[in-house]
Design a protein around this ligand. Structure first.
Ligand SMILES: N[C@@H](CCC(=O)N[C@@H](CSC=O)C(=O)NCC(=O)O)C(=O)O
Length: 280
């Protein structure tokens, strides 16, 4: 593992590291924020999953999260959104291929060799972080849009590993919207059972008893001026399913906000406070 950069910000360091990922079969970068308190104590880790077109850079340069990670003594890790490199399969559109890994394990054609983002985020990256940084063993996960989908699905499938989950403008039902249908067809083929294993509404239905037993804290933040709200996100599908199953969640519709990082920056402090409460 190689450190590429470090920058002091608030009472901590924003670093970028590069390593070879065995799951993805390529070199990967991730961002990590280490509050100074990590020098003397083990801290919990909050994983951020970014959306379509993002790298490890978007969140760390646009959200302003470092102020809150420092204040609440949380290590925050922000990985890239897909495997990368010249030898890695890609597509000319922004919503498939590099920058659009969808946090799933591909089973089809040219995608299989590298597009195993589910394994990378759920297993390989936490093991790497825990081996190299002073972590307490407690972790939570959050993300935006495609990354909100990733956070919800990974938390629901690995309840024992996460204290809490939150999402900004998540794609809650990828099986039912164009972004998800396009990616799932390419990466998973036509098998709808395979699709359901990466759809947070389907997973909520499948795991609702365990989710309720754990009382998993779930927070969804959504802007009402989001340009993708009624086409790709459709949070009402999640809310209707959770209400039907009696699963507790917090859904916040924020007036005037769109899909951008201006929205994320406006509420990132609230989400870090939300997670910090359960990571103590
Ligand atoms: N047509 C746009 C679509 C890309 C976009 O809006 N990406 C969002 C995430 S959308 C869902 O996953 C994003 O976070 N963009 C990066 C940013 O810094 O804003 C386009 O191609 O730009």
């Amino acid at each position: 593992m190689k450190q590429l950069t470090t920058h002091r910000i608030f009472n901590g360091e924003q670093q970028i590291w590069q390593h070879f990922s065995g799951s993805l079969n390529c070199e990967m970068k991730f961002a990590i924020y280490l509050p100074d308190t990590a020098k003397n104590q083990k801290l919990p880790v909050l994983y951020w999953l970014s959306g379509l077109t993002c790298t490890e850079q978007n969140f760390i340069t646009k959200s302003g999260y470092q102020r809150y990670a420092d204040e609440h003594n949380v290590i925050v890790v922000a990985p890239d959104t897909s495997p990368r490199g010249e030898g890695v399969a890609d597509d000319s559109s922004y919503d498939l291929g590099q920058g659009a890994g969808f946090y799933i394990n591909a089973t089809q054609g040219e995608w299989i060799k590298h597009y195993q983002m589910y394994d990378y985020i759920a297993q390989e990256l936490p093991a790497l972080i825990n081996a190299h940084f002073p972590t307490s063993g407690k972790q939570s996960i959050f993300g935006h849009s495609m990354g909100g989908h990733g956070a919800l699905t990974i938390a629901f499938k690995n309840l024992e590993n996460y204290q809490s989950v939150s999402a900004f403008s998540p794609i809650v039902a990828p099986m039912q919207v164009a972004w998800g249908q396009k990616a799932f067809t390419a990466y998973l083929g036509d098998d709808k059972q395979a699709w359901a294993d990466y759809d947070s509404v389907a997973l909520l239905e499948k795991h609702h008893i365990e989710i309720k037993q754990k009382n998993l804290p779930i927070l969804i933040e959504q802007g009402d001026k989001d340009e993708f709200l009624h086409t790709q996100l459709k949070p009402e599908i999640f809310c209707q399913m959770a209400d039907k199953l009696g699963v507790n969640y917090q859904f916040e519709l924020q007036a005037g906000f769109d899909h951008s990082y201006y929205f994320i920056a406006s509420f990132i402090g609230k989400h870090i406070v939300f997670h910090a409460k359960y990571l103590k």
